[in-house]
Design a protein around this ligand. Sequence first.
Ligand SMILES: C[S@@+](CC[C@H](N)C(=O)[O-])C[C@H]1O[C@@H](n2cnc3c(N)ncnc32)[C@H](O)[C@@H]1O
Length: 203
Amino acid sequence: MGVQISPSAQTEMKSTKQRGEKIFILEALKKFGQIGSIFPSSKYLAKSIAECIPNKEDVVVVELGAGTGTITKEILKKISITSSLIACEKNKKMAEFLKNEIHDPRLLVIEGDAISMQKVITSLGHHKADCVVSGIPLGTLKKYEQDMLLLTIKELLKNDGVYVQFQYFLSTFLNIKRYFKSVKIKKYVLRNLPPAFVYKCQK
Ligand SMILES: C[S@@+](CC[C@H](N)C(=O)[O-])C[C@H]1O[C@@H](n2cnc3c(N)ncnc32)[C@H](O)[C@@H]1O
């Protein structure tokens, strides 16, 4: 039997989604270089990304550039009740939105830069992550910033961990390949604005 969602809960969910979209669009218009897109990811892209998370109990997932939480919510649907998700977002308004709107004991939202996530997860008592999901627009970063971020992600991951990155272009493929032995394009999601590639990478 499916879960019944009352009409008032459906209206609340719809208005939360609209508030998130409004914050995202306004922030993107102010800081396009940092955000890299005008619209949050679609649920189709979010589902394709969540499918790449390892099917294990007790996983530690780190999400970098969580925005207003479209992918965060799909990750929470996918992981087990004893797993944890640490979602990092640099934009203050989006981080506040995430903290106020997604209530789940498995989720911890960190307002800050992805580069500092190794310190954060160590301070939380997790040595490494099973999966890093990133929506950070690598293509808008300078080469040395890309390198620093890719090194951070590699450091964050367990040896058998999975790094999932979505990108609108293939321009960063070769640079990712310098840091990860296996870089596969799992999907090209057309139902997203703009359409996006989902990369699944392993050390
Ligand atoms: C393309 S948006 C994706 C947002 C969300 N994951 C989604 O799919 O709708 C990229 C996000 O990464 C965030 N971001 C960019 N650089 C970052 C960094 N160095 N550390 C943390 N977040 C960052 C931006 O603020 C923005 O919210």
